[in-house]
Design a protein around this ligand. Structure first.
Ligand code: C5P
Length: 234
């Protein structure tokens, strides 16, 4: 009898957005709905995995399902600590969370006030660690950590690069095994149930490094459907 594909595997999923506090009432956040991450967690659990879901800020409640342990976090620093702890003995890491690249350099213990002198406050930001790249680097240097590490990228494209090119560069830079590209923009992807994804494999990474043919169509798989269908493909 066929066994579920992920039976006995530990899958760590990060989902939703992070929130970076500025003062007791304000934060920097993003538009991640968490839907793709939840779909990944549910799909992995249905395939027999033991799932650890690290849930940031989401539009929908986290599932209360067997085989999915939910850990709530808010900041990138909390996400970082949770991934470090949980990825160590995981088989698969799916980094679907929209992690803030920057956080306010200082947290104001009191609410930032308007002043009478007409001066506007200046908010200085500092970089958050790249959790995905760090987890890959640790695996490369110690030989431990998830055998499969999947990154996600939401790209609008830029003046001189198409989203797919940006994603290919990101796959190389982060060193993960798969990179899932979502094209984003007005009314695209964020918060929606339907999505269009491109799954880039590290074969595309090898091709970029000159070890194969960049034309090899199997390096990029494009899929349009629900976020659950996307999760099943991933
Ligand atoms: O560079 P960018 O933010 O587009 O990369 C997206 C991917 O990197 C996602 O998988 C996200 O979870 C991960 N990431 C991370 N740590 C950050 C920023 C992004 O792990 N500080």
């Amino acid at each position: 009898e066929a066994q579920p594909a992920l039976l006995g595997r530990k899958v760590v999923v990060t989902a939703g957005g992070t929130r970076e506090p500025l003062d007791p009432v304000r934060y920097l956040g993003n538009r991640s709905s968490g839907k793709q991450g939840l779909a990944l967690a549910e799909t992995a659990a249905a395939a027999g995995a033991q799932v650890h879901l690290i849930a940031g800020i989401m539009d929908i409640p986290a599932p209360n399902l067997p085989h999915i342990a939910v850990e709530h976090i808010e900041t990138a620093a909390q996400l970082h600590a949770a991934v470090e702890r949980e990825a160590a003995d995981a088989d698969v890491l799916l980094m679907a969370a929209a992690v803030a690249d920057f956080r306010p350099a200082a947290y104001a213990a009191q609410k930032i006030k308007k002043t009478d002198d007409g001066e506007n406050p200046v908010i200085t930001l500092e970089r958050n660690p790249d959790i995905l790249a760090e987890t890959v680097a640790r695996r490369d240097s110690t030989g431990t950590g998830p055998g499969v590490i999947v990154g996600f990228a939401a790209e609008t494209g830029s003046a001189d690069a198409a989203p797919l090119e940006l994603a290919q560069a990101k796959l190389l830079r982060k060193g993960c095994d798969l990179l899932v590209l979502n094209q984003v923009g007005e009314n695209l992807v964020f918060g929606r149930d339907e999505t269009e994804i491109h799954i880039l494999t590290s074969a595309a990474r090898a091709a970029q490094a000159g070890e194969g043919s960049a034309e090899n169509a199997s390096d990029v798989l494009t899929l349009r459907g629900t976020k659950h269908e996307a999760a099943a493909a991933i």
